[in-house]
Ligand binder design. Structure first.
Ligand SMILES: NC(=O)c1ccc[n+]([C@@H]2O[C@H](COP(=O)([O-])OP(=O)(O)OC[C@H]3O[C@@H](n4cnc5c(N)ncnc54)[C@H](OP(=O)(O)O)[C@@H]3O)[C@@H](O)[C@H]2O)c1
Length: 214
């Protein structure tokens, strides 16, 4: 039987590269898209399973996952890529913005990580990957994106906590902490930047694939 990987944010820049990396290695790919995403963006990947949900909504994410688990009782790996960026210094940051970014970056990860982790520990195997950010691990990083940095810091802490209780079940968790990813959106936002210094989605997908196979 093929190993099974669940990927959230699968239509995004990183998510799509991760889908390709696992698809090319003949994994069974379960792609989770936002409710607004068009499934056609994954047309290149014949035979993959596609689900849609609002990953930041606890009930909707749980409903989506129970549908997935009905036909996929074992999930070997999960890569949770949903997330997004907003800038804002300390003085500019409001509770409303922090709440928005926590939902987008942390709840979207938590809502899948918690039940998938439970399933993996029951099966005594699994690899879970979540996406943090360089700004959340660098000293004094993120001063221009306070809400974003706080939300990614919680994702990184969650990975540590899951590792603390997952080790005895052969379940391991990893965060990838990118700097700037080379995406069309970033190229448009910062047209004068040296794009060769940015991280390629394919290189991050490779890091994720190697961790999952470690
Ligand atoms: N881009 C960077 O420079 C950078 C740097 C450091 C860290 N990161 C992190 O890396 C990850 C991937 O970044 P990316 O550039 O690939 O982002 P992206 O292209 O914007 O992809 C994000 C994906 O998440 C989906 N999504 C957003 N909200 C959702 C929700 N509530 N429920 C379900 N799906 C939802 C989006 O779907 P729709 O398109 O339909 O909204 C999209 O497919 C993110 O966690 C990001 O924070 C990015």
């Amino acid at each position: 039987m093929k190993p099974v990987v669940l990927i959230t944010g699968a239509s995004g820049n990183l998510g799509k590269a991760v889908v390709k990396r696992f698809y090319d290695e003949n994994w069974e790919v379960i792609a989770v898209l936002s409710e607004r995403s068009k499934a056609e963006v994954l047309n290149d990947f014949k035979g993959i399973q596609i689900f849609k949900t609002d990953a930041a909504n606890e009930q909707k994410a749980a409903d989506c996952l129970s549908k997935i688990i009905k036909t996929n009782p074992v999930i070997d790996a999960a890569v949770l890529t949903v997330g997004g960026y907003e800038s804002g210094t300390i003085g500019q940051t409001s509770v409303k913005q922090i709440d928005k970014l926590i939902r987008l970056n942390f709840y979207s990860a938590w809502n899948f990580a918690q039940p998938v982790f439970k399933l993996m520990t029951q099966n005594n195997k699994g690899r879970l990957v979540m996406i943090g950010s360089q700004v959340a691990v660098k000293e004094e990083g993120g001063l221009f994106a306070i809400a974003y940095t706080l939300s990614k810091s919680v994702v990184i802490k969650l990975a540590e906590l899951l590792n603390g209780s997952g080790n005895k079940h052969q379940v391991r968790c990893h965060t990838v902490n990118p700097s700037t990813i080379d995406t069309p959106q970033n190229r448009t936002a910062v047209p004068d930047a040296d794009f060769t210094k940015w991280q390629k989605p394919e290189a991050l997908a490779e890091e994720i694939f190697n961790f999952v196979n470690s």
